[in-house]
Design a protein around this ligand. Sequence first.
Ligand code: NCD
Ligand code: ZN
Length: 338
Amino acid sequence: MTSRLALPRPDDLHAHLRRGPAMPAYARREEASFGRALVMPNTLPPIASAPALEAYRREIAAAAPGLEPLMAFKLVPGMGREAVLGCAAAGAVAGKYYPAGSTTNAADGPRCPEEVAGELDAMEEAGLVLSIHPEDPAAPVLEREAAFLPTVELILGRWPRLRVVLEHLSTRAALDYLLAGPPRLGASLTAHHLVSSLDELLGEALDPHLFCKPVLKPAADRDALRDAAFRGAAPGRLFFGSDSAPHPRQAKEGRRAASGVYAAPSALCALAGLFEEAGALGALGAFVAGSGAAFYGLPPPSGSLELAREEWTVPEELDGSVPFLAGRRLPWRLASRR
Ligand code: NCD
Ligand code: ZN
């Protein structure tokens, strides 16, 4: 008999579902693995007002009725405190801080926290979580995450009640910062930053489908992240967020590859293989279903997801994008959800 692994229905606390004609397929792919997804607001135009947030939530719910979208808005200088409070009233759980120029569709982000001080005051008042893309785009590419930590320190000091999430940790430096931080500081980890490293991105042949922000780091950093995930470090503060960020195949294989890994189709199965190999399968449930909900103050996940220990090959293309680990054999597959 095939062995099975039952998990509480996982939450993805960082997902890009995009907007327009491609969104329904991305949303349904997300729904296959996850019960709830914190949906990132860096669409064009951005989700930066209550009406936009409500319309986007309706579109996602219509496309994937089994997925509960958790909504976030984008912090844009000049949006104003009323817009922030409006998003809170519309049910947003987080506001996203993309430093200007740090990643895909981030040209309109703040250049420093001061540019959105009034908005951060309003977020603190409303009890919203500040989700940060913690990279300083002015620093050399592999140093951008560490270079942004002083800005995180400034934000934590100036807004003492704000809950803050450092998204997609990629370095030991940022992990150490998180582990030494207060209970109101959390962080997400992706599957690709745990499974892969800079060498897979460009050591042998350049793989644009592994190109994302923050860029994958050398194995020593990856191993520090793995260790933290395997031992269930910082429970209720360190949790899974896929940063699944699909781009059409042409946008990844053109002269200038867009950044973002389409992780949703394979992330959970890849993680199950990784945790199993390390003898840490027992820590997977809390990592993907529990820790993140606890940080965000959400009810525990309802329902369950079963994985079967059955090899499959990740397709070369899904939904017009090349998924994470395309062409690779994975030991666990999605079986059933309830
Ligand atoms: C994301 C995207 O494509 O929207 N890209 C990425 O490289 N991760 C944005 C982000 O989360 O940085
Ligand atoms: Zn992202």
